[in-house]
Design a protein around this ligand. Structure first.
Ligand SMILES: [Zn+2]
Length: 88
C-alpha cells in the first residue's frame, strides 16, 4: 500500500514540477488536492509542512508530533505577542 502511495507521489511530483515550471501553481495545487481526495484517507497533506503522510486516524492533521508542536508553539507565541500588543 505504501509503495502505491510512493509511486503515485513520484508521478505527481514530476507533473507538479512541470506545472510550476510553466507558472501554473494553482493548477499544480488543484491537481495535488485532487490526488489526495482520490486516495481517500490513505494519504493526507500535513497542515504544517504540507508533506504527504499516511494518517493513522481520521482526525490526524499533522504528519508528526514535531509539526503539531510547531503549530502550537507558533499559536502560543502569537497569543503572547497579541497580549503584549506587539505584531507577531
Ligand atoms: Zn508535517
Amino acid at each position: 500500500m505504501s509503495e502505491t502511495i510512493e509511486l503515485a507521489t513520484a508521478i505527481m511530483v514530476r507533473a507538479l514540477r512541470a506545472e510550476i515550471a510553466a507558472g501554473r501553481v494553482d493548477a499544480a495545487q488543484d491537481a495535488l488536492w485532487g490526488l489526495v481526495r482520490e486516495l481517500g484517507g490513505l494519504a493526507r497533506l500535513c497542515a504544517e509542512c504540507g508533506g504527504v503522510f499516511n494518517p493513522s486516524r481520521r482526525d490526524k492533521v499533522y504528519c508528526s508530533a514535531q509539526c503539531r508542536n510547531r503549530t502550537n508553539v507558533r499559536a502560543m507565541r502569537r497569543r503572547k505577542a497579541a497580549a503584549k500588543g506587539v505584531q507577531a
